[in-house]
Design a protein around this ligand. Structure first.
Ligand SMILES: *[C@@H]1O[C@H](CO)[C@@H](O)[C@H](O)[C@H]1NC(C)=O
Ligand SMILES: *[C@@H]1O[C@H](CO)[C@@H](O)[C@H](O)[C@H]1NC(C)=O
Ligand SMILES: *[C@@H]1O[C@H](CO)[C@@H](O)[C@H](O)[C@H]1NC(C)=O
Ligand SMILES: *[C@@H]1O[C@H](CO)[C@@H](O)[C@H](O)[C@H]1NC(C)=O
Ligand SMILES: *[C@@H]1O[C@H](CO)[C@@H](O)[C@H](O)[C@H]1NC(C)=O
Ligand SMILES: *[C@@H]1O[C@H](CO)[C@@H](O)[C@H](O)[C@H]1NC(C)=O
Ligand SMILES: *[C@@H]1O[C@H](CO)[C@@H](O)[C@H](O)[C@H]1NC(C)=O
Length: 439
């Protein structure tokens, strides 16, 4: 079964790569769908960094959704402009305990849904194509709930809810969230089987306000430049045009019960790094600290990177941290990341590594960690492959389903095991069995 899935995924990737190379556009919008039925789980997702082609999206995803007869209604929430970064930024989606930020109702609705599908980057699909796939005219949302009277019984109604992203992105997302809640409340009150799609007509192009916008402090830090993030530790390496860059908001080390947080520093010694080998590189960052700032007097971290999949992706290789405490400690760890497209950076809200146990246990925690070992321009990170995406994929869903299946299997097997076979059979040639019944 695994083999079949693997092959199917490979074939799909291959086909989508070919399609993508034929019509290359950088225009991409997010496509998030959720439903109170479970069919969305079986739809294909895209590997990190891939933009799903319009044709593939239409034939594999939109058609499946619009022609699923189990749906009573498909609600299409369509922003004029939106990018996945807007969602990440205003929903704190990379924190495992995010409440949803500006899209709190939407997150709740997704969490309560039976299945969902997140495609961070797809080519925008025009409304008339959606109409064509649906095969009938689309309904348009209006505040007075007139649309409810237009619902039909014999077809999958598609209602389009236009949403606006203005220059105050946070506020427009909050407004949109209220509309999403309102519509979904109506839909659930009518007891309809629904699928919701959130997408946009084009990527967001409106410049964000230049003054210091009060972003929810929970938002993802887009670590684009080194100057406006004084509270990040920065390690840079540049040798013969080969550049490595690492940002980390907080490095904390604990040994036994004692926790020590390293002070911010942007003067890490990176001279021991190796950068020129295209296929494998390593970033070595080290620094001495004095005892007034904590129990760590020296910290050295080596991160090794390798290109994989014929150079189209990179991943972490084994890494080490050498920590001078009251005695010297070495921690070997492996960053367990999915493959990152070679031109992308990798970002993770929180990474924790532990070795040993009891009083000798060493724990290293890196918060808001971002690194890019290949194709780095001007010491600015490219788009990031995130360690957790917006609303982590249906891992829990999968676990729950598996558990139920295992329970059913267990029940079945235990029923079989408790079957008892008669110990006497009727022998046609011999005496018939007589059962004495006492009256
Ligand atoms: C850095 O952190 C300190 C205290 O933790 C805070 O007062 C300061 O505003 C921060 N600076 C920046 C640029 O975020
Ligand atoms: C930086 O590290 C290298 C090797 O680890 C060492 O030889 C060099 O002296 C260090 N430089 C500074 C300024 O500490
Ligand atoms: C690059 O690193 C790989 C793996 O460590 C090694 O096999 C290869 O020989 C290296 N190439 C160069 C040019 O150093
Ligand atoms: C260093 O660790 C000891 C306990 O091992 C603790 O008492 C002390 O306060 C720590 N020093 C600093 C600066 O944190
Ligand atoms: C780690 O590097 C070694 C050699 O340097 C290589 O053989 C191995 O495949 C790499 N592992 C990963 C996960 O890239
Ligand atoms: C990481 O890379 C460095 C330099 O290439 C190498 O010396 C070291 O052995 C590597 N570490 C691991 C754990 O592979
Ligand atoms: C830790 O290692 C450094 C050099 O790597 C050495 O100078 C120092 O004495 C060592 N400390 C202990 C307690 O072994």
């Amino acid at each position: 079964m695994r083999q079949i899935i693997k092959i199917a995924v490979l074939v799909f990737c291959w086909i989508s790569t070919i399609l993508q190379s034929h019509c290359k556009t950088e225009e991409n919008v997010p496509f998030i769908a959720w439903s109170n039925q479970k069919y969305l789980q079986s739809l294909p997702s895209e590997p990190a960094g891939h933009i799903m082609n319009e044709e593939v999206l239409k034939s594999n995803v939109i058609q499946t959704i619009l022609q699923n007869r189990d749906n009573d209604i498909v609600c299409v929430f369509r922003f004029n402009q939106l990018s996945i970064d807007d969602i990440s930024k205003y929903t704190n989606s990379y924190s495992p305990d995010s409440n949803g930020g500006r899209l709190v109702n939407m997150k709740q609705s997704i969490d309560e849904s039976i299945s969902h599908l997140t495609l961070p980057m797809v080519e925008p699909v025009p409304l008339r194509d959606i109409e064509e796939i649906a095969g009938h005219t689309l309904l348009t949302y209006d505040k007075s709930n007139q649309w409810i009277n237009s619902l039909t019984k014999d077809q999958v109604d598609v209602i389009v809810v236009p949403l606006q992203l203005s220059s105050d992105r946070g506020a427009s997302l909050s407004e949109a969230d209220d509309v999403i809640e309102k519509v979904l409340n109506e839909v659930t009150q009518l007891g309809l089987k629904y699928t919701v799609i959130l997408t946009a007509g084009e990527p967001s192009k409106i410049a964000p306000p230049t003054d210091n916008e009060v972003v929810l402090q929970v938002g993802r830090h887009l670590l684009q430049s080194t100057s406006d993030n004084q509270n990040f530790s920065v390690a840079k390496f540049d040798e013969g045009g080969c550049k490595l860059l690492l940002f980390v908001e907080k490095i904390s080390v604990s040994v036994g019960q004692t926790i020590s947080e390293l002070p911010y520093a942007d003067d890490w010694n990176t001279t021991a790094s190796e950068c020129n080998n295209a296929s494998s590189r390593s970033l070595v960052m080290s620094k001495k600290f004095d005892e007034s700032t904590g129990n760590v007097t020296y910290f050295e971290m080596t991160l090794n990177f390798s290109q994989v999949k014929g150079g189209s992706m990179w991943n972490f290789n084994d890494s080490t941290a050498v920590i001078e405490w009251t005695d010297n400690k070495t921690l070997n760890f492996k960053i367990d990341a999915s493959d990152t497209p070679v031109r992308y950076s990798y970002h993770c809200g929180r990474l924790t590594f532990t070795e040993g146990s009891g009083t000798g246990q060493i724990t290293l925690t890196l918060s808001h960690f971002q690194v890019q070992p290949y194709y780095l321009n001007e010491f600015k990170f490219a788009q990031a492959n995130e360690c957790v995406g917006f609303v982590t994929p249906g891992i829990w869903m999968g676990l729950v389903t598996t558990l139920i299946l295992v329970l059913i299997l267990y029940f079945g097997v235990s029923m079989l095991a408790s079957l008892t076979v008669m110990d006497q059979f009727d022998d046609p040639k011999g005496q018939t069995i007589t059962v004495n019944v006492n009256e």
